[in-house]
Design a protein around this ligand. Structure first.
Ligand code: XIL
Length: 369
């Protein structure tokens, strides 16, 4: 007996995809609108690199000319064991960029977070040094010539501008950042090399970042740019600090990127714009998750205005800015739904959970009309 296959659900799903594709096609493109100004980037998760969702894929190709891997090039994934590297997804990312003509910023070589388990068991300085050298040499050389840039060192500074007491500082001493850039320069001579951090627009931390960059330059080592992450609050964006930072960092003769832009609309359990992925808050108080059923207009307007103010500033300084990257494609993907408190509903990006452009998107586009 032949089994009857019910194709109705398949037809419905294809219909939804076709309609979404059709509506995506009609949307203006950020990368087109800003093509004379700076690159427009996004962060891709593993599923997006594997092109699992055709709607997401269509939107990425249409809107962005730069991509950063959200997690898959972090040490815990790409270098899980002392002698084992896992290049599968990073290689796919490189192919993705080639296929769709999108530039890649690799993230990140040296960072105290998301380290492989074995790094937490190492106690002696020699082994840390060996890890450091092998990690940079192996990974940076593999992708040289295939990517645009590396975040060589991520988040090495404390809020007061001093060096963070990471395993690298403890075991390798204060010159480890210069050494990371020196190794990267040798292993990846055709790749731009950046220092990346959050909150370095804030004057005290900025001062530390400027000293760090000057120290690398004084050692005769190449540093091409600085990435200001840009994890801010929609209702309180430090525009003045950002503008001063653009001016002061560009005076060092380096490029400026906004590398992980998102504007949280939710209450923050702490003051400031700290984006330390290791800091979490247990707080299930409903007041901390006020928009689980939708974003009220009053907050949507703040988000829209926040993005508009920021992009106005970016355009004013476009000759100093090379790239602006959103940290995720749409609101559903954002890490800010689970950080610093798990299971909240945040709305920090310019595409909503259904991949539709939000008012903030149109205001950014309209600045170019
Ligand atoms: C975040 C990712 O978005 C999450 O998926 C992951 O669980 C934690 O890290 N600063 C950085 C990024 O440099 O790598 C972080 O990304 C966000 C803060």
């Amino acid at each position: 007996m032949r089994t009857k296959i019910n194709i109705a659900p398949l037809l419905i799903i294809s219909g939804i995809i076709a309609i979404s594709w059709y509506s995506i096609k009609k949307v203006p493109s950020l990368k087109e609108a800003y093509k004379k100004d700076f690159l427009i980037g996004t962060a891709l998760n593993a599923a997006q690199i594997e092109e699992e969702n055709p709607i997401a894929n269509e939107l990425i190709k249409q809107q962005f000319n730069a991509i950063t891997p959200e997690n898959i090039m972090k040490a815990e994934i790409i270098h899980p064991k002392w002698d084992t590297y896992n290049f599968e997804l990073a290689d796919k990312l490189v192919n993705y960029g080639k296929k769709y003509n999108i530039q890649i910023n690799a993230h990140t070589l040296i960072w105290h977070s998301q380290l492989p388990y074995f790094m937490h068991t190492i106690k002696d300085a020699d082994s840390v040094k060996q890890y450091f050298v092998n990690h940079i040499n192996t990974i940076a050389s593999r992708y040289d010539g295939k990517i645009l840039s590396w975040d060589v060192v991520n988040e090495a500074l404390n809020e007061d501008g001093t060096l963070r007491n990471s395993i690298f500082l403890q075991k390798l001493g204060t010159d480890y950042i210069v050494e990371a850039f020196r190794l990267a320069q040798k292993a990846a001579p055709h790749t731009e090399l950046y220092y990346n951090d959050y909150n370095i627009e804030e004057p005290r931390k900025r001062k530390g970042a400027i000293e760090l960059i000057k120290k690398i330059q004084a050692a005769g080592v190449r540093i091409d740019g600085v990435g200001i992450q840009g994890h801010w609050k929609a209702y309180n964006i430090p525009l003045k600090d950002i503008e001063e930072s653009i001016e002061q960092f560009s005076a060092l003769g380096i490029k400026i990127m906004f590398t992980e832009l998102d504007l949280s609309v939710l209450p923050n359990p702490w003051d400031g714009n700290v984006a330390d992925v290791n800091k979490h808050e247990e707080n299930n108080n409903a007041a901390m998750n006020p928009y689980s059923t939708g974003l009220p207009d009053s907050m949507q307007n703040k988000l829209t205005k926040g993005y508009e103010d920021l992009f106005k500033l970016f355009l004013k300084h476009k000759t100093q800015i090379n790239r602006v990257t959103f940290w995720g494609v749409n609101d559903g993907q954002s890490w800010l739904n689970d950080w610093p408190i798990k299971g909240r509903t945040n709305y920090p990006l310019v595409f909503d959970r259904q991949f539709n452009p939000k008012p903030a998107f149109y205001n950014i586009i309209n600045l170019k009309k």
